[in-house]
Design a protein around this ligand. Sequence first.
Ligand code: MN
Length: 443
Amino acid sequence: MKPYSDRRASLIAQMQARGGGIAIIPTAPEVMRNRDADYPYRHDSYFYYLSGFTEPEAVIVLVAGAKNQTILFCREKNMEREIWDGFRYGPDVARSTFGFDAAYPIEALDSELPKLMANAPALFYALGSDNKLDTQVQGWLQSVRGQARAGVTPPNAAYDIHVLLDEMRLIKDANEIDIMQRSADIAAAAHRRAMRIARPGLREYHLEAEILHEFRNNGSQFPAYGSIVATGANACVLHYRASDAELKDGDLVLIDAGCELDSYASDITRTFPANGKFSGPQKELYEIVLASQDAAFAETRPGKRFMDGHDAAVKVLAQGMLDTGLLDRNKVGSLDDVIASRAYSQFYMHRTGHWLGMDVHDVGEYRDAAPNGADKPWRTLQAGMVLTVEPGIYVRPAEGVPEKYWNIGIRIEDDALVTANGSHILSAAAPKTVADIEALMKH
Ligand SMILES: [Mn+2]
């Protein structure tokens, strides 16, 4: 439990630096899917980051004052509910197990919070992001104001605690990096499994089933997001989900799938031929995407900016589009023209990466701070950040586009940890050179 108590201590220190106060961090609510059946429960990432506690109906309260205090509100033991729904820690055991100074039943929130907020200089919570919490805070504040004649003062400042937590979560600690490596290893194994089993005649859901089997069989609790298994033209639909299309001889298959392991996501995309052998045109475009990813990796190191990798990838992709005739030089001009006019976006319309962590599109500012009103430069990379590097080319049939490339959709996505002097590819165990993929698929 040490990583969690260290993070609480770090947050309290940051609250102290702002004059102290109390922080309120609730977990996520349970959500009904349909009559009596809940969606699988997933705790709130901020809450988990500070506690390691996975039960619903829980709130963390941190006091940064003359005496600092960490408090957990959670469900009470309840034999009858535990028979139906499973084990509950209850406040006493949760307090000692998760290392809080105090714990109360969740029902005590309304009686305890006004006491804790009395005379606290400031409130730290997720301002304006949760109606229920906003309403609760308003009620507690009114209750504190009601004691004004007794000399009690309510907090007179509020901070968005997500701003502090996002910065913490953006830089992964050793514990997080260890879990993220294991999450990526499982996802890489799932991609290998799908490549080994793939052949014409199977359907997209067969490959999705292999992916899910590998995730769950290795202890992953959930997929980190809805798996994309897209064959043929479906690969050109960016947010396609695994459906029932048949893998056709001569088509490519694009799989974008990652797992969640102990709350941390992996996010890997591989594209491979359904029959195990790339065609000439497929290989041409594939090598361009692979080279663009290498160019982006070279820009993924401390001191570089978040968009440097994207810009490097775009340069290689755009050059490849000119070389293959996807873009007609007579119409679009030189490489510089293509980049300036964004003509490449006909075939590459998304950004090359995003932060990765507990959430697949993880928290963290994409830009560095700048004086109010000034343009903010893209974020400077530093060791401990994790981001995806995922260039692609998607060719929809269109006039002037060589027909041999029609309906080819390729994306190659890896998870990169920025290290002291470069980057480490967490997802390297998923094969991606033409030779490695064809060798694995030989059967
Ligand atoms: Mn991604």
